[in-house]
Design a protein around this ligand. Structure first.
Ligand SMILES: [Zn+2]
Length: 71
């Protein structure tokens, strides 16, 4: 058989809960800075205004009212 096996195209990430493409379009609603994952992937932080947005049920909650400010 000359058939080749299909290539395995798995993207490994230390954070599996939030899709990487989704992350790239997420920005802080307060200052429009792209956010970064923190707390082992359970929250998103804006490095500009220090707001931390929670991730609930794998859904980032990008609401200023839901964010906490951490130095
Ligand atoms: Zn911000």
């Amino acid at each position: 058989m000359a058939d080749s096996y299909p290539a395995v195209s798995a993207v490994y990430s230390p954070f599996m809960s939030v899709d990487q493409e989704l992350l790239e379009i997420l920005a802080c609603p307060a200052c429009k800075t792209p956010v970064v994952l923190v707390k082992d992937g359970t929250a998103l932080k804006c490095r500009t205004c220090a707001r931390v947005y929670p991730i609930k049920d794998d859904i980032p909650v990008m609401l200023i009212d839901e964010a906490s400010v951490e130095p």
